[in-house]
Design a protein around this ligand. Structure first.
Ligand code: ARG
Length: 377
């Protein structure tokens, strides 16, 4: 395991542990202008709440050894005042170099204090999970994903075209070596026909293009270089390369068999990890571009129809909160529900084990289905 601090060199100019050099006058000007705009706005983002004058002054001069500044981390939130969070780590070191900003965000979002530590990976007893909905009345499909960062590379805002191509070729090599149920095909986004791309998006296999939060975070440079999708024959195991994270590894299938989907993910991740070294931090677990994904990086979700419960959205949200579930629309993040189909997933992923994440989703959905059945009567 590599600690973020091991990746960092001491700054020669300011004798602080802040990487090489200092932010340029241009960056400082932009930070001040952005801060003024944010302060005068009615934004309720975490960036607005936690970027105080004091935090700005502590962070504004600093640079990581990859050359990232505070501006690289907050530009998405400065542009998108309606962000929930508004902050991305420009490279893995940012979590430590700009900890005055990241720590309170992580603490509030994940309920994870500065002194807390991510437990070591524990996939748990995979055999304990079964089918949430054996009769197929409620759950349309199940999906579990995790994110991984390849050691030695920054995140999107600092990645060169070369970095994108390297990660793609490393990823592709490993994925092409997988066998059995996991063997499949890699399709680069470059050269993919618009028809194929749109069909993959509509069927919930491929990432959408043009997310304005990622756009403003500078995550779309050199697009579509390095980006692509790998999937097995049945499209029950998929990997995205160089979208929001270096790798997004996921398994999915129709119906509610969480056991099968989780089992396949654990096998796939273990196989991939035999061949690529990913960045972990002793405190924060697996490091990701967005602070919401730290820790296990696990997002386990179902597409589900709960017609009675979702009639009253306020009640539905209270119930979801009770079981630590996040509600999204059926077409992914920032989408509304079409036909009463919701995407429900575990909200917590830092400070608990992989198994605990999946178990929270499993237990929560079990309870929601029980409540739906009782309410229908
Ligand atoms: N940056 C956006 C916001 O703060 C999205 C955050 C979570 N989503 C994500 N895909 N990482 O609202």
């Amino acid at each position: 395991m590599a600690k973020a601090s091991q990746l960092k060199s001491k700054c020669m100019k300011c004798e602080e542990k802040c990487g090489k050099g200092k932010a340029s006058p241009e960056v400082l000007n932009q930070l001040e202008a952005g801060f003024a705009k944010l302060s005068n706005s009615d934004s309720v983002s975490m960036l607005k709440r936690f970027l105080t004058r004091e935090v700005l002054d502590k962070c504004k001069q600093k640079k990581t050894s990859f050359g990232s500044t505070l501006l690289d981390c907050i530009q998405s939130g400065l542009e998108n005042l309606d962000s929930g969070i508004g902050v991305y780590a420009a490279d893995p070191e940012c979590y430590e170099v700009f900890n005055e900003l990241f720590d309170p965000i992580i603490e509030e979002y994940h309920n994870f204090k500065k002194t807390d530590k991510q437990p070591t990976t524990d996939w748990g007893n995979v055999g304990l999970l079964g089918n949430l909905d054996p009769k197929g009345e409620f759950v349309l499909s199940t999906r579990v994903r995790c994110c991984r960062t390849i050691k030695g590379y920054p995140f999107n805002p600092c990645m060169t075209e070369e970095n994108y191509k390297d990660i793609e070729s490393q990823g592709q090599n490993v994925l092409n070596s997988l066998s059995g149920e996991l063997s499949g095909t890699y399709i680069p986004l470059k050269g993919m026909s618009k028809d194929v791309q749109q069909t993959l998006i509509n069927d919930h296999y491929l990432f959408k293009e043009g997310d304005r939060f990622l756009q403003a975070a500078n995550a779309f440079r050199y697009w579509p270089a390095g980006r692509g999708i790998f999937f097995n024959k049945n499209k029950t195991f998929l990997v995205w390369l160089c979208e929001e994270d270096h790798l997004r590894i996921m398994t999915m299938q129709p119906g509610g068999n969480v056991g099968d989907v989780y089992n396949r993910l654990v096998t796939a991740v273990n196989e991939i990890q035999k061949k690529i070294t990913f960045v972990t931090d002793r405190r924060l677990g697996y490091l990701t571009f967005c602070p919401t994904n730290l820790g296990t990086t696990i997002r386990a979700s179902v597409h589900i129809k709960l017609p009675t419960l979702s009639k009253n959205m306020d009640q539905f949200k209270i119930l979801a909160d009770k079981y630590h579930l996040q509600i999204r629309g059926g077409a992914g993040e920032h989408s509304d529900s079409a036909d009463g189909i919701y995407d429900l997933s575990n909200k917590r992923r830092l400070g608990l084990t992989e198994f605990q994440c999946i178990k929270q989703m499993y237990d929560g959905i079990t309870e929601l289905i029980k409540t739906e059945k009782a309410a229908k009567r």
